[in-house]
Design a protein around this ligand. Structure first.
Ligand SMILES: CC(C)(COP(=O)(O)OP(=O)(O)OC[C@H]1O[C@@H](n2cnc3c(N)ncnc32)[C@H](O)[C@@H]1OP(=O)(O)O)[C@@H](O)C(=O)NCCC(=O)NCCSC(=O)C[C@H](O)C(=O)O
Ligand SMILES: [Mg+2]
Length: 299
């Protein structure tokens, strides 16, 4: 590959910040209304586990009405439908696809077939090409099948890890630092990036524990996750701060690019910057970081 191509190599989802991805039960009209005022990058209107069986009809209707009414500004809006092992998911799609969410999130995906099943039904319901499909990995089998799931369909754009259901399935304890699920997080991360997808971390259930939330956000950011799924508005600021490049990060990235370009002018393919070896790959990463920072600023 010529060096110019390396320097401008594409990277996954360069311009869509997903630092904070807030779930809310679509049966909760107050939460749907409040979401329009919150600083979350993405909203997930839940039709699945946060909605009681008796409230599924109301939730579907409210989700569709809220999306059709709009006023979500630049926030991305996804709908989590019920799993393909239920009687509800097809009704969910029938209600919400025509309202035009940005994405449909399928919970408890265990194989490529269920992604294709939902994708086919979305097509039949008239979903535009721009409507993405996201898949939640939440069971031991899902993480073992992460690669075929990630490769399953061109509409698939994002993986989301469900660490509550995973911990249940593993009979693992939920700890702040997550050693019991770190292998699964790594498998999901490998599969997402191998196929150019975004990837979001699981929720942190201790709503008042900002320190614990920050630890998990920093861990996820360092692993490469794009952001964290959240359950309460009080968690948004922490996720937004941790997953955004700092001003110092952006300045450092700009200086690194300048140092590399100066060395490249001299015909070198490798240089040193602040005592570190830098190559074209570091320039790609610096460009990604700057692009993310600019996209956040544009919000
Ligand atoms: C957990 C909650 C039920 C708590 O609700 P509540 O008691 O109403 O909280 P507060 O009184 O502190 O709320 C303060 C105000 O904020 C609004 N609010 C609260 N939560 C949300 C929200 N998620 N989105 C939007 N707005 C929200 C309240 O309405 C109050 O507003 P105001 O009237 O102005 O005072 C509740 O937070 C909640 O339902 N959270 C989301 C639960 C959910 O969606 N769960 C599903 C996702 S979890 C998951 O996916 C796990 C995964 O599957 C896995 O396996 O790991
Ligand atoms: Mg779950």
């Amino acid at each position: 590959m010529p060096r110019s191509a390396v320097l401008q190599a594409p990277f996954s989802n360069p311009c869509r910040p997903r630092r904070s991805v807030l779930f809310m039960p679509a049966s909760n009209a107050r939460a749907l209304e409040k979401a329009r005022t919150l600083a979350a990058d993405t909203l997930v209107l839940d039709l699945e586990d946060a909605v009681a069986p008796d409230a599924k009809d109301v939730a579907r209707r409210q989700a569709a009405e809220a999306i059709a009414a709009g006023a979500f500004g630049r926030r991305e809006v996804a709908v989590r439908i019920n799993g393909t092992d239920t009687d509800w998911w097809a009704y969910d799609l029938r209600a919400v696809v025509k309202a035009g969410p940005d994405a449909i999130l399928i919970p408890k995906v265990e194989d490529a077939g269920s992604v294709c099943l939902v994708a086919d039904r979305m097509l039949r319901r008239g979903a535009p090409r721009s409507m993405a499909l996201w898949a939640m990995l939440e069971t031991p089998r899902a993480f073992l099948n992460a690669d075929p799931i990630a490769a399953s369909h061109p509409r698939l754009a994002c993986l989301v890890v469900g660490t509550n259901d995973l911990s249940k399935g593993l009979q693992a304890r939920q700890t702040v630092t997550r050693e019991p699920v770190i292998t699964a997080l790594g498998l999901a991360m490998l599969a997402a990036r191998a196929h150019g997808h975004a990837i979001l971390d699981g929720v942190y259930g201790a709503i008042g524990d900002t320190d614990g939330l920050r630890v998990q956000c920093e861990q996820a950011r360092d692993m490469g996750f794009d952001g964290k799924t959240l359950i309460h508005p009080s968690q948004i600021d922490t996720a937004n701060a941790v997953f955004a490049p700092s001003r110092a990060d952006v300045e450092d990235a700009g200086a690194l690019i300048a140092a590399y370009e100066a060395a490249a002018e001299e015909g070198a393919g490798v240089a040193t910057y602040r005592g570190r070896m830098i190559e074209a790959l570091h320039v790609d990463d610096a460009r990604r970081l700057i692009a993310l920072s600019e996209a956040i600023a544009a919000l």
